[in-house]
Design a protein around this ligand. Structure first.
Ligand code: NAD
Ligand code: UDP
Length: 309
């Protein structure tokens, strides 16, 4: 199949390129290199089944493809808040462009949504039928509301134009190829530990997240794309919830360092608890994450060690 991956030079997108090329598909990787990097896909550049298109998804593009994975959008708060208007444009206009393309060439499209559609949730763990608790005018809104609007667009293109749509609500995912300057908690704490700097924790570190290793996520995304489940959102993530303080302890232990912790202020609207209910994905995709946090952190720490040498 001819598969388009938008955001294909990013962290998740580049691993998806690897997986789909090795499954024998013809892959077109589209990226504007805002947070993605040529280094993530350099090894694929000579492969006859791989093509790179430098393009900004805010502008329309016509390509003949059978499937579209729509991942283009900065994912780290530091990056998506750098140019918030551009972030919401990428989610809304980029998704309209990809849904229009899917309609025109009759491609199936999987949209990368996020647990951020639940905002600072009042329901634990989060199930797909929870509508969320999102501030429409806060610092995270350009991302959260952009992703919510993108889900609306996917659903309406399905209802109105019968576009074959999959919506993955991705929860915090980590692993090799996260950018060194990514700014999300796993990469920040690992880099700090390896560089002998204090580990920065926002607030008292009792807020929770549930971290999924990238191999599990890629498997979930591929299974969802291949499934018959049309249009309604599916949570993908690892349900095992940890506090940020526990995460810092694990990273220090696995990296073998005794770096101190430096507590700072909590950012505005920072969600307090987050954990996915993945029973729907289990039932319809026969999917569940297999990689424990300790194993995933070990692999990620090894990757970062190689990068900062
Ligand atoms: P990332 O920042 O590494 O990748 C995003 C990619 O999109 C980058 O290569 C970037 O250059 C590209 N991009 C951004 N704006 C673009 C534009 N206008 N036109 C073309 N390309 C553009 O982030 P990631 O972690 O790989 O996330 C990939 C997708 O998954 C994103 O849509 C993100 O919202 C979603 N997601 C990720 C996580 C996670 O924890 N990693 C969680 C929830 C959702
Ligand atoms: N965080 C932290 N130190 C950092 C970066 C993030 O304590 O150096 C916290 C952040 O405030 C949040 C959690 O870790 O409570 C996860 O943040 P991240 O940016 O990775 O993802 P998101 O908030 O989007 O889930």
């Amino acid at each position: 199949m001819r598969v388009l991956i938008t955001g294909g030079a990013g962290f998740l997108g580049s691993h998806l390129c690897d997986r789909l090329v090795s499954d024998g598909h013809d892959v077109i990787c589209l990226d504007n290199f805002f947070t993605g990097s040529r280094d993530n896909i350099r090894h694929l550049l000579g492969n006859p089944n791989f093509e790179l298109v430098r393009h900004d998804l805010v502008q329309p593009i016509l390509l003949e493809v059978d499937r579209i994975f729509n991942l283009a959008c900065p994912a780290s708060p530091v990056h998506y808040q750098y140019n918030p208007v551009k972030t919401i444009k990428t989610s809304v206009m980029g998704t309209i462009n990809m849904l229009g393309l899917a309609k025109r060439v009759k491609a199936r499209i999987l949209h990368a949504s996020t647990s951020e559609v639940y905002g600072d949730p009042e329901v634990h763990p989060q199930t797909e039928d929870y509508w969320g608790n999102v501030n429409p005018v806060g610092l995270r809104s350009c991302y959260d509301e952009g992703k919510r609007a993108a889900e609306t667009l996917c659903t309406d293109y399905h209802r109105q134009n019968n576009v074959d749509v999959r919506i993955a609500r991705i929860f915090n995912t980590y692993g090799p190829r996260m950018a060194l300057n990514d700014g999300r908690v796993v990469s920040n704490l690992i880099l700090q530990a390896l560089q002998g700097e204090p580990l920065t924790i926002h607030g008292d570190g009792t807020q929770t997240r549930s971290f999924c290793y990238l191999d599990d996520m890629i498997e979930g995304l591929v299974k969802l794309m291949d499934s018959d489940w049309n249009a309604s959102p599916v949570n993908l993530g690892n349900p095992s919830e940890v506090t940020i303080l526990d995460l810092a302890d694990k990273i220090r232990e696995i990296a073998g360092v005794e770096a101190p912790i430096e507590f700072g202020p909590r950012p505005e609207d920072d969600p307090t608890r987050r954990s996915p209910d993945i029973s729907l994905a289990g039932r319809i995709l026969d999917w569940a994450p297999l990689i424990h946090l300790e194993t995933g952190l070990e692999r990620t720490i090894n990757y970062f060690r190689g990068k900062i040498k």
